[in-house]
Design a protein around this ligand. Structure first.
Ligand SMILES: NC(=O)c1ccc[n+]([C@@H]2O[C@H](COP(=O)([O-])OP(=O)(O)OC[C@H]3O[C@@H](n4cnc5c(N)ncnc54)[C@H](OP(=O)(O)O)[C@@H]3O)[C@@H](O)[C@H]2O)c1
Length: 332
C-alpha cells in the first residue's frame, strides 16, 4: 500500500481534463505526467491542468514514478494504448467502451492478468451514489423481481464531441459512445449480461450509427429496451419495472434523484418516495476512490465492474453491431 498513487494520462483531450480535476480532489492521488501523440497538446494540457511532467507516450511510460495510467484516447486507440501501458508495467484505467470488440478486450485482460496489473473500464456512472443506491434497493427487493427496464439516452452532443463521434475511423457512432452506458446500466442492475438481442439503427452519411435501439433478453427473464442517439433529443431517464413496483432515475447520465413507486401486485401505486442523494459535481471522483481502494488491497480488478463483465458487454456489442451492420474499416 502506497501513501500516494502517481497517475499518468494518455490522450490529452477533452475528457482527460475532467479526470485531471477529479484526481486533484483525491488526497491519495497525484497527476504526475501527461503523454500525447502531439508534443504541443501535451504541453498545453500540462500548462492548463498544472501537470508537472509531459511529453510523448514513451516519456510517460518510461517514467518509473507513474503507477497508474488513465487512457483517454478515441475508441480506435483504446486497445493499442492500454496494451502499451500494461506492457510497461502500469496499472490501467481505460475509458469506455473498454475496447472496440471482444477480441481486443480478451487480449488486454490476458496481458493484465499475466503481469499482475490492475485494469478497469472507466464506466464512471457505476460508482456514483444513485447507481449504488439503486443496486441496494434492488438487492433488498424494494420493487420485487426486475422484469423490464427502459432507458432513453439521446442528445444533440456538444460540438466539441461531434468530430470524434461521427468519424468511423475513430470508431464513432452512438452505440460505442453512448449506448455503452445504458447497456452497462442494465447489466449492472439485472446482475448478468443478456444472451440475445434485437437491434435497429439509422446510419449517418459518414456510415456510423446515429440512432440505435436495442432489445435485450436476459437469462433471468428480464427484458430491456434501450434507445440512444447523438443527434436527437430524448428523455434522459431509466425506468426499472419490478413485480412489486418501479424505480425511475431521471437524468440517467449521472442523476442523483430516484423515484420509488410500490404496489401490491396490482396496478394501483400504494407508496411513492423520492430519494435525493448528494453527490460531487465531478462524478469521476468516485471511480478514482474505487481504484485507490483496489490498489490498496492489491486487487487486480474492481468487483463493481469486473473484467469479465466488460468483456462480455463488448461481445454483446459485437452482436449488436453485427445486427445493425456496423463494421469499422480497420477491423476488416
Ligand atoms: N466518461 C465520460 O463521461 C466520457 C465523456 C466523453 C468521452 N469519453 C471517452 O473518452 C475518450 C476520449 O474522448 P474525448 O472526447 O476526450 O476525445 P478527444 O478530446 O476528441 O480526443 C482524445 C484524444 O484522442 C486522440 N485523438 C483524438 N482525435 C484524434 C485523431 N483524429 N487522430 C488521432 N488521435 C486522435 C488524441 O490523443 P493524443 O493526445 O494522445 O494524441 C486526443 O487527445 C473516448 O473513449 C470517449 O468515449 C468519456
Amino acid at each position: 500500500m502506497k501513501e500516494q498513487y502517481n497517475w499518468g494520462i494518455m490522450g490529452a483531450g477533452i475528457i482527460a481534463r475532467k479526470m485531471a480535476e477529479a484526481l486533484k480532489k483525491n488526497p491519495r492521488s497525484s497527476l504526475l505526467h501527461v503523454g500525447s501523440k502531439s508534443g504541443e497538446r501535451a504541453s498545453r494540457f500540462a500548462r492548463e491542468m498544472q501537470v508537472p511532467r509531459w511529453g510523448s507516450y514513451d516519456d510517460l511510460l518510461n517514467d518509473k514514478e507513474v503507477d497508474v495510467v488513465y487512457v483517454a484516447t478515441t475508441h480506435n486507440f483504446h486497445h493499442e494504448t492500454a496494451k502499451l501501458a500494461l506492457n510497461h508495467g502500469k496499472h490501467v484505467l481505460l475509458e469506455k467502451p473498454f475496447t472496440v470488440n471482444a477480441e481486443e478486450a480478451d487480449e488486454l485482460i490476458e496481458i493484465a492478468s499475466k503481469k499482475g496489473l490492475f485494469l478497469m473500464e472507466a464506466i464512471w456512472t457505476r460508482f456514483i451514489p444513485s447507481w449504488k443506491k439503486l443496486r441496494s434497493l434492488l438487492e433488498s427487493g424494494a420493487i420485487g423481481e426486475v422484469r423490464f427496464i427502459e432507458v432513453t439516452f439521446g442528445k444533440f452532443v456538444p460540438p466539441e464531441f461531434e468530430a470524434r463521434l461521427k468519424d468511423p475511423k475513430l470508431a464513432g457512432g452512438a452505440t460505442l459512445d453512448l449506448g455503452i452506458y445504458p447497456i452497462s446500466f442494465c447489466c449492472d442492475m439485472v446482475g448478468e449480461v443478456p444472451v440475445k438481442e434485437k437491434s435497429l439503427c439509422r446510419f449517418s452519411d459518414l456510415g456510423v450509427d446515429e440512432l440505435s435501439c436495442y432489445q435485450l433478453d436476459f437469462p433471468s427473464g428480464a427484458i430491456a429496451q434501450i434507445s440512444t442517439s447523438y443527434n436527437l433529443w430524448m428523455e434522459d431517464r431509466a425506468v426499472l419495472y419490478g413485480t412489486k413496483g418501479a424505480v425511475i432515475l431521471e437524468n440517467f447520465g449521472g442523476g442523483n434523484v430516484l423515484k420509488v413507486l410500490t404496489h401490491n401486485g396490482n396496478s394501483s401505486i400504494e407508496n411513492r418516495e423520492e430519494i435525493v442523494l448528494s453527490h460531487d459535481e465531478n462524478g469521476f471522483v468516485y471511480e478514482v476512490e474505487e481504484i485507490v481502494n483496489c490498489l490498496d488491497q492489491g486487487l487486480r480488478e474492481s468487483s463493481i465492474i469486473p473484467l469479465k463483465e466488460s468483456r462480455d458487454i463488448m461481445e454483446l456489442m459485437d452482436h449488436i453491431r453485427d445486427s445493425i451492420g456496423l463494421v469499422y474499416e480497420f477491423e476488416q
